[in-house]
Design a protein around this ligand. Structure first.
Ligand code: AHR
Length: 505
């Protein structure tokens, strides 16, 4: 048994927990949309073809925003293909995922689905094969009241009120050589600036996200952000970060410490953005939209899954359908801890993705929908992290790992909502062999009833499947309050835990 102490001082706030931290991402990729959230023949499908069982799980997950329609897909997408009568919509080759896009689902269908799940739509424009004019066309169609050619077309297509989308991504991962229209930071900075200025001329209320790096391992990381922001600092509100983690060559210790990398990534982007603020003499502070993050077994995709062949363009193929383990759920929980600990600068984030494709929710055609292991830390964090994120000071053992050197074996984040008196502490125990007895001191906050749930702690390789959908799920953990008010609990090895104080809102 090892021991750790966590001290939470309510006077030491990181920043407000923005609900947009609990966003997700839906891309026209594999079975995320088709045979995922949309399956007209399914027994639970509504009149628009959307699965009600999936809607229910998305609501339970507590998703605040959904980024759409890509991802790599957006860099070849023509938004006009997805509006108007369905039987007139073209089938297209999607070069990003070597698939056929039927365009059965487009802006109207997806926006109505978003309204059903009660989330906010976040759109991306294509800056890979298109530019300023097409971004303006989409914005006119989406956000303007009637009275112009494209807003009238929207009305003619059955939607009188504008969709009123506020958050827009200026392209996707333009630093990546795999991206259609991939370009240099200079080129991208210029087109992003021109597009942002034009879009704001049409709708000044927009919140714009410029593309940062596709990962901190990219050779251009750092310099990309600096150059792009030098061109766009006054035009945008957010810079994006994307990060995917996987366990490589059986190295669980490094994998469990993935959040150490996410912490450094965020802090490096903040430092770069603030450098540009200094040199541009700006008053504005740029926020981070961490709009793709997750565990993704990407090497499996590169080596085994990629679709190829001149005549092989399947519709909704099974792609990126990672089956997550308990260890993956612990890492997802720890990445949420990292996001909360940077809530002052990361004010929007999207778990990539939502259904079937590296997703917390899986479905079978005509069959069930179920929660992957990773569903649980996300749902619990979205439910309990409210009010202000508080700084958590941790004293614990550490261990050495190949990827990140010496890392703490425990990490923590906390939140406190003064209005409701509700507090929460999120803990990850990275130790593979020892349970950890933790004392949590939170003087002045969290005096209500205490409950705790943990994910993991048994076999880290356990998974949930259609046949055994609840093998990995949160289990109650005993948390005791000492006479001095401190909480004590014992975290199993390789586990993620939430300690909730008070009643959830
Ligand atoms: O989420 C899967 C893919 O990962 C996205 O399409 C792309 O933006 C990223 O490389």
């Amino acid at each position: 048994m090892s021991h750790a102490r966590v001290l939470i001082d309510p006077r030491s706030a990181v920043g407000p927990v923005d609900r947009r931290l609990f966003g997700s991402f839906v891309e026209h990729l594999g079975r995320c949309v088709y045979d995922g959230l949309y399956e007209p023949g399914h027994p639970t499908a509504d009149e628009h073809g959307f699965r009600a069982d999936v809607v229910e799980l998305v609501r339970e997950l507590g998703v605040s925003t959904v980024r759409y329609p890509g991802g790599n897909f957006v860099s070849g997408y023509r938004w006009e293909d997805g509006v108007g009568p369905k039987d007139a919509r073209p089938r297209r080759r999607d070069l990003a995922w070597h698939s056929t896009e039927t365009n059965e689902v487009g802006l109207h269908e997806f926006a109505s689905w978003i309204e059903t799940v009660g989330a906010e739509l976040m759109l991306a424009v294509n800056l890979g094969t298109r530019g300023v004019a097409e971004a303006l066309d989409l914005l006119e169609y989406t956000n303007l009241g009637a009275g112009s050619a494209l807003s009238d077309l929207r009305v003619a297509h059955g939607r009188t009120d504008p969709f009123d989308v506020r958050m827009w991504c200026l392209g996707n991962e333009m630093d990546g050589p795999w991206q259609l229209g991939h370009c240099s930071a200079e080129e991208y900075g210029r087109i992003a600036s021109r597009t942002a200025k034009a879009m704001r001329q049409l709708d000044p209320r927009l919140e714009l996200v410029v593309c940062g790096s596709s990962g901190s391992q990219m050779p251009t990381f750092g310099e990309w952000e600096r150059t792009v922001l030098l061109h766009t600092y006054d035009d945008v509100d957010y810079i994006s970060c994307h990060a995917y983690y996987e366990q490589r060559e059986g190295d669980l210790g490094s994998f469990l410490a993935s959040a150490v990398d996410m912490d450094r990534f965020i802090e490096d982007v903040v430092a770069t953005a603030d450098h540009v603020r200094a040199v541009t003499r700006s008053d504005k502070t740029i926020a981070i939209s961490f709009d793709e993050w997750n565990v993704w077994y990407q090497t499996r995709f590169e080596n085994e899954e990629k679709i190829q062949g001149l005549d092989n363009w399947p519709v909704a193929p099974r792609l990126l359908e990672n089956v997550y383990t308990a260890a993956d759920a612990v890492v997802v929980g720890s990445l949420l801890i990292s996001l909360l600990n940077h809530a002052d600068r990361v004010t929007s984030a999207s778990l990539a993705q939502l259904v079937n494709v590296i997703a917390p929710i899986m479905t079978e055609p005509g069959g069930p929908a179920w929660r992957q292991t990773t569903f649980h830390p996300f749902a619990l964090t979205s439910r309990w992290a409210r009010g202000q994120a508080l700084r958590a000071q941790v004293a614990c053992d550490d261990y050495d790992c190949a990827a990140y050197g010496t890392v703490p074996s425990l990490d923590a984040a906390a939140s406190y909502d003064e209005a409701t008196g509700q507090a929460a502490v999120f803990l990850v125990n990275r130790s593979q062999d020892a349970a950890t007895e933790v004392e949590v001191e939170m003087p002045g906050v969290g005096t209500g009833d205490v409950a705790a749930w943990t994910v993991g702690g048994a076999d880290p390789q356990l998974t949930n499947t259609a046949q055994a959908p609840d093998r990995v799920r949160p289990v109650p953990l005993r948390a005791e309050r000492r006479d001095d008010g401190a909480l004590t609990l014992t975290l199993p090895p390789v586990s993620w835990t939430v300690v909730a104080v008070g009643t959830p809102a």
